[in-house]
Design a protein around this ligand. Structure first.
Ligand code: ATP
Length: 240
């Protein structure tokens, strides 16, 4: 059985339908990458799975249980945690306080302050610094740690390396690799195709709200994904 199932999800903004009958499943411990051009519907999809945005139709199942009717906080309590794009943190609060506050809203489970710092060692030297003064890579590590403090069974990560230097981005992905090795189930939006293909077990590509390509990372080529990304025939040339 999959840990997360998304069934024919439809969501939009006013008259605009941004997510059109999207379905996929994620096995426990697996990492799925969602790629697609700007405006393809990835953020709306994630916000709908996490319950921040209301679905027009379709279902979200967590370990077989339909969580579609639950509010966002109740979905966090059920085990779905999202690391949003832009990594909103409480800037005046220390890293430790940011993590502790998150821990008050999640489930009981193995993740606590000590384990999070062990899994994300970059946090250790900055625990007492205000989140507002941190670098982009450090803030992202705090945002991931904050989601872990909710003891999620599924972690949704929206463009976690966006805007980071290559070195900071690598640091974030090193942390994610450690989490994956520890058995964390992840769904991530990643603009960098090479990174998505290298990290995830499976990949789905969205175009104009629909999934246009889905496969094992080892079974799809970069050219396949690029063609799907731009809505081209896979046999045509890659755009420059
Ligand atoms: P990006 O990588 O730019 O974040 P995305 O794939 O995450 O893109 P979404 O942000 O989900 O895509 O946007 C999907 C569509 O919904 C786009 O046409 C976008 O303009 C529209 N949209 C997104 N948020 C809103 C909003 N709050 N109000 C109105 N339209 C929106």
């Amino acid at each position: 059985m999959n840990l997360l199932d998304v069934e024919s999800l439809v969501a939009g903004h006013g008259l605009l339908t941004a997510v059109r009958h999207v379905s996929f499943g994620v096995a426990e411990g697996a990492a799925l990458a969602v790629v697609g051009a700007n405006g393809a519907g990835k953020t709306t999809l994630f916000r709908t799975i996490s319950g921040v945005h209301r679905a027009q139709s379709g279902r979200v199942l967590l370990a077989g249980d339909d969580v579609s009717a639950l509010s966002a906080p109740k979905r966090v309590a059920a085990g779905i945690a999202m690391v949003p794009e832009g990594r909103r943190l409480f800037g005046d609060m220390s890293v430790r306080e940011n993590l502790q506050v998150a821990g008050e809203h999640g489930r009981a489970g193995p993740w606590n302050l000590g384990r999070v710092v062990e899994a994300l060692p970059a946090l250790a030297p900055i625990m007492d610094r205000p989140a507002g003064v941190l670098s982009g890579g450090q803030r992202q590590a705090v945002a991931i740690g904050r989601a872990l403090m909710c003891n999620p069974s599924v972690l949704l990560l929206d463009e976690v390396s966006l805007g980071l230097s290559p070195i900071a981005g690598e640091g974030v992905y090193r942390s994610l690799s450690q989490l994956r090795d520890a058995g964390t189930t992840m769904v991530l939006v990643e603009q960098d195709l090479d990174r998505a293909l290298a990290f995830a077990d499976r990949i789905v590509c969205m175009l104009e709200g629909r999934i246009v390509l889905e496969g094992e990372s080892g079974a799809v080529t970069r050219a396949d994904v690029t063609a799907a990304y731009f809505g081209l025939d896979a046999t045509s040339e890659e755009p420059a």
